[in-house]
Design a protein around this ligand. Sequence first.
Ligand SMILES: Nc1ncnc2c1ncn2[C@@H]1O[C@H](COP(=O)(O)OP(=O)(O)OP(=O)(O)O)[C@@H](O)[C@H]1O
Ligand SMILES: [Mg+2]
Length: 249
Amino acid sequence: MCAGSGWKAVPGSEHGVTRCDCQLRARAAAMIVAARIPKRYEHCELSNFTTDFPGADRSISLSQITAARFVQEFDPRDGKGLLLVGGIGTGKTHLAVGILKELIATRATACLFCDYRELLKQIQNSYNDSVQATELQVLRPVFDAEVLVLDELGAVKPSEWVWDTVSLILNTRYNDNRTTIITTNFPDEPAAGTGSEFSPRSSAFAATRRESLGDRIGERMRSRLHEMCRVVKMEGPDFRTKFKSASFG
Ligand SMILES: Nc1ncnc2c1ncn2[C@@H]1O[C@H](COP(=O)(O)OP(=O)(O)OP(=O)(O)O)[C@@H](O)[C@H]1O
Ligand SMILES: [Mg+2]
């Protein structure tokens, strides 16, 4: 269409030309590479996220609607993201990656996918003298991405360092009004001992109590997350074990 020039004619328009689709496609392809979506999730799109399968929970179709609306209404100045909370294999990462891809394709948004465990490992590695990258070099793209997916928040055993690092990442993005999409397996509930959680004070209950997001990232950060993100609950069966080998692939 453009004979390799990158511009195509638009008769009657102000400049008489516009960028050719080939340029837009090349740009989108480069942005997908820059988003560092892991191979395992390359197939994930909003369009192939199924909501109609045996045993599908209502929360799954609601989450899909929320994701589609999020893309449609995305305003980079708003900074409000999503916190996708749910059990194993409910499709949290699929939906998060689907949103990224759609934002790249339709809005040319600079996106980045980040696995929480990987990121913390890379930062820790950067303290090692034999590794060239500095902590800031590892974190710079995480701070700068217009939209960041932080996958598996809370999956690293909590420590003072983990809490400080999470708060550095989330607070920096919050202060810069950047959008963050987070997935987590941990229920969006307060940390133990904060007094606000449901806690019959028996030691048996404490022993069997499931760890919450508050336990894993600290109650202050959890509350900050609520300012940064809209909470989306995803419930139901593990898609991997139930359907992955069947026709839903
Ligand atoms: N509703 C769905 N429609 C189509 N594919 C799905 C759906 N839900 C999940 N999948 C597929 O099932 C697999 C597991 O989904 P995904 O990784 O998104 O789950 P998850 O909630 O992030 O799980 P985990 O908590 O273990 O990280 C992926 O290959 C994904 O593409
Ligand atoms: Mg996941």
